[in-house]
Design a protein around this ligand. Structure first.
Ligand SMILES: [Zn+2]
Length: 384
């Protein structure tokens, strides 16, 4: 099987919604070029500070000036830092609890309070959430499915409840990883339409989970976006910080480390070569592996792409990292998922196999996927 790769980064043509120009450069790289060249960042910064000043509460008034959705990760820590230290606001940080938090993730979340901010850690109904985790895994091959919704809906629900109109999101994920169209690349506001189209819900809506294992709408309250009426009453406005300031993850990492943010000191995260991203979730390796079995590329390819586009790595160096890290069977993630879900490893593997693309991975005469001695799938294609 021959797969076409971007001539600049290592994104394959199997990546959903990716397109290539005549020179063989992918839309993610083209968007990054646009981000570098076409934008007057000084003008954008001015616009951002005007927005902030509009929402800033008067000095004598108690309350929070904005909401910063946080995970305890480096990006959201940077957003919170930026709003407090650079803009001088009093942000309310809002975290939707992840599926299986790591000790480091919890420490980084707690660190936000040490940085001088209030944090709401939304602890969800785990019985209901777990049903969706398992359904998302079986139906869509995505065990983080309800999380993709909760991280977007809870900050908006809190904005409505606490009457805080301004929500500061980070990088527009469509921009960093390459999305369907330039229209989405340029959109600077996150709303319901954005969530439904680009929020990674794989064509499923929360309504589709009603009735699964007896789930009721009531139990799923945290996952419903507030009504248009409520949004309009408060005037909720969500803006992407990354649309107004040049987004350089590694530079931002150095800043937040000075404010107590911790990285994984004992080696990279499962599935990639970096140690500063996706630190908070024990299942992340499984999540990234599911993408690999579907499309033939993993998290290392994403990270290599960012490092190449930010001129920190050559394509040849990236190629070596992708070969070394992408597609390794995620033992840590799967073992944790056995513990969380109550499913056996065999059941989990069978479901992973059902999402594994038979064109991309070799099978024996009975249709069983071949594996090497380390338990990794055998590619029918060469990464190049
Ligand atoms: Zn590319």
């Amino acid at each position: 099987m021959e797969i076409k790769y971007c001539s600049n980064c290592l994104f394959p043509e199997t990546k959903p919604d990716l397109s290539f120009n005549d020179e063989g450069v992918c839309s993610a790289c083209t968007a990054a070029e646009l981000k570098d060249q076409g934008i007057d960042w000084e003008e954008r910064a001015k616009q951002f500070h005007e927005i902030v000043d509009h929402y800033r509460l008067p000095k004598e008034k108690t309350g929070w000036d904005c909401i910063v959705p946080v995970s305890g990760g480096k990006d959201s820590t940077y957003q919170a830092y930026f709003m407090k230290e650079v803009c001088g606001l009093n942000p309310l940080c809002v975290c939707f609890e992840t599926t299986m938090v790591t000790a480091l993730g919890q420490a980084n979340l707690d660190n936000l309070t040490k940085m001088g901010m209030d944090v709401i850690h939304f602890k969800k109904n785990n019985a209901a959430y777990k049903k969706m985790v398992i359904e998302g895994f079986k139906r869509l091959g995505d065990e983080m499915w309800p999380n993709h919704i909760g991280i977007f809906t809870i900050p908006v629900l809190m904005a409505v409840k606490f009457n805080i109109p301004l929500i500061i999101w980070g990088e527009n994920p469509q921009k960093e990883y390459g999305g369907p169209s330039l229209d989405s690349v340029q959109s600077r506001i996150l709303n319901r339409r954005w969530l439904e189209e680009f929020g990674g819900l794989l064509g499923n809506r929360i309504q589709d989970m009603v009735g699964v294992e007896g789930l009721t709408e009531k139990e799923l309250s945290p996952y419903f976006y507030p009504s248009d009426e409520e949004i309009n009453r408060v005037g909720v406005t969500g803006v992407f910080l990354g649309s107004y300031f040049f987004w350089d993850a590694r530079k931002q990492l150095e800043i937040v480390k000075q404010y107590g943010f911790g990285v994984k000191e004992d080696g990279p995260i499962e599935g990639t070569y970096t140690n500063y991203e996706n630190l908070d979730e024990k299942l992340v390796g499984l999540h990234d592996y599911l993408k690999y079995v579907k499309y033939g590329f993993g998290r290392a390819t994403d990270h290599v792409g960012i490092d190449i586009r930010n001129k920190r790595m050559t394509r040849a160096e990236g190629l070596e990292l992708v070969k070394a890290y992408d597609g390794k069977y995620p033992y840590y993630g799967v073992n944790n998922f056995v513990e969380y879900s109550g499913m056996s490893k065999e059941e989990i593997d069978a479901i992973i196999d059902s999402f594994t693309n038979p064109i991309l991975f070799k099978q024996d005469e009975n249709g069983k996927f071949l594996r090497d001695e380390a338990g990794n799938l055998v590619r029918t294609f060469e990464v190049k």
